[in-house]
Ligand binder design. Structure first.
Ligand code: ATP
Length: 467
């Protein structure tokens, strides 16, 4: 097992053991590559979503959030082009019969090859020329490449015929586009303005893998920014910058990010880039930014027969707006947070502690309150402190095992602060405040706890850098 696999295995084990993520349907033996977020994972994921929502919905002028249905009219996916061409290049190993994505085989073989810029034929030639082996059996004996549509289809109502086929949405974007006229009208919006959405998307990925990196059911945070025709490339550059700044503000390490500008563009785009994050298995896409032209809105105008042009009062003319899309995977973002936070730290006393250096604003538990011993009125005092802090912070109470073990438990889930109540607390109302990363302990007054914690765990402490 190489180091990357070891790191990933440890992160998966920590997630399972500490309540972040569990294998899906586990008591039935699991359903391959499905994952359920546990109590701490759900909180961490919500904090990631809040960081996005706060910056790009709450703090922005003219930015509106929607929550569209996952099931949409089947014509939506004909208009968007997904029925005809939302597919991945698939090939089979003739020896072990396993199925792979040709572009993934190439990118894993050489991360700088950028298979996304190659045609199907070019990928086939590349795999042949470099004798890329099957990742499972090591042989080089593949079928040709064919396209595999990634949409999950199901049936609406009781009859399972073609007329009733309906799709689970493979991207959030169309929910924002079909609601564009309603948002424009009801919110009396003026260009440029944006519609954002956080929601599930479904893709029947040929190979779901790398834990929550590639799933068949995942969540996206998307923003469609509607602009005047001709201004889209200027806004594309601006959004590229804004989005990277947001990522960096979260504090996972500036050097772990890079752009990957697309050479080969999707049929609907006139510029595209990915923001990649350095995962243990290499730089990988966490967010896609596309200048989607007016393709989608024009298609919906054509397919629905409704006029969805915007009347621009300053220019005195009507047009179909152009769109800049930013789309980030919540699960991939979650994985980048975990991967950058995980550390096995050798201590001076020879012990090893597992610690998650989570950005405090994203940590699922902000503070843990612990009585030093389970007697002499210390548990009661500790509960009193919990009852005060819990209204503003997610707070744990822990009285089991030695204080050292309790600190380790909190380190492993990334709790930024531990508050220990001891006999002195009963005399002068002070406690020890332990900082997760430095392990430093300071004596502070109970009355100051709220301020001290709040200053570091609020989302503002991260996002104010972007103001
Ligand atoms: P990839 O090339 O990795 O398949 P993509 O370019 O198809 O991704 P987009 O369509 O741009 O992805 O989707 C926007 C974001 O949604 C991605 O940057 C990623 O974070 C997330 N995403 C896409 N597919 C998956 C998936 N199968 N599992 C988890 N997240 C995903």
């Amino acid at each position: 097992m190489n180091n990357t696999e070891k790191t990933m295995e440890k992160i998966v084990a920590l997630c399972k053991g500490r309540g972040f993520i569990f294998p899906g349907s586990e008591i039935y033996g699991g359903l391959a590559n499905t994952w359920d977020y546990g109590p701490l994972g759900t909180r961490l994921k919500n904090n990631v979503k809040d960081a996005w929502r706060k910056k790009f919905i709450q703090e922005r002028h003219n930015s509106f959030e929607v929550d569209a249905d996952i099931l949409m009219h089947p014509r939506v996916w004909e208009a968007s082009g997904h029925v005809a061409s939302f597919s991945d290049p698939l090939l089979d190993c003739k020896e072990c019969k396993l199925r792979f994505r040709a572009d993934n085989l190439i990118d894993d073989f050489d991360p700088d090859a950028h298979a996304d810029g190659m045609t199907k034929e070019e990928m086939f030639e590349y795999i042949k020329a470099h004798s890329i082996p099957c990742p499972h059996c090591g042989k080089h004996n593949f079928t040709g490449i064919r396209e595999f549509n990634l949409m999950f289809a199901t049936h609406r109502g009781v009859t399972e015929d073609n007329k009733n086929v309906i799709y689970l949405r493979p991207e959030n974007a169309q929910g924002e586009y079909v609601n564009y006229p309603s948002v424009l009208r009801s919110m009396r919006a003026k260009l440029p303005f944006s519609i954002g959405q956080i929601g599930k998307a479904f893709r029947n990925e040929i190979v779901a893998r790398q834990f929550i990196f590639r799933m068949r059911e995942f969540e996206q945070m998307e923003m469609q920014f509607f602009v005047r025709p001709g201004e889209e490339l200027k806004w594309f550059s601006t959004w590229k910058e804004w989005r990277l700044k947001w990522h960096k503000a979260l504090g996972l390490g500036d050097e772990k990010y890079r752009y990957h500008d697309h050479e080969k563009l999707a049929h609907y785009a006139n510029a595209a880039t990915d923001i990649e994050f350095q995962m243990p298995f290499g730089f990988k896409e966490v967010e896609g930014i596309h200048s989607r032209t007016n393709f989608d809105l024009s298609q919906h105008e054509k397919f629905s027969g409704k006029n969805i042009k915007y009347f621009d009062p300053e220019l005195g003319e009507s047009y179909v707006p152009y769109v800049i899309e930013t789309s980030i995977g919540v699960d991939r973002m979650f994985l980048s947070v975990l991967c950058s936070a995980y550390e096995e730290q050798k201590l001076d006393n020879g012990e090893t502690r597992v610690v998650l250096h989570l950005p405090a604003a994203l940590a699922p538990v902000k503070c843990a309150v612990m009585p030093l011993v389970r007697k002499d009125g210390l548990p009661e005092k500790a509960r009193e402190i919990v009852n005060d802090l819990k209204f503003d912070f997610s707070t744990h109470y822990d009285e089991k095992d030695s204080i050292g073990k309790r600190y380790r438990r909190q380190d492993a889930i990334g709790t930024p602060y531990c508050i220990t109540v001891d006999h002195q607390t009963l005399e002068d109302n002070t406690v020890t405040l332990r900082h997760r990363d430095s392990m430093e302990q300071t004596r502070v007054n109970v009355a100051d706890l709220h301020r001290l914690i709040h200053d570091n765990v609020s989302l503002n402490s991260l996002l104010r850098k972007l103001a």
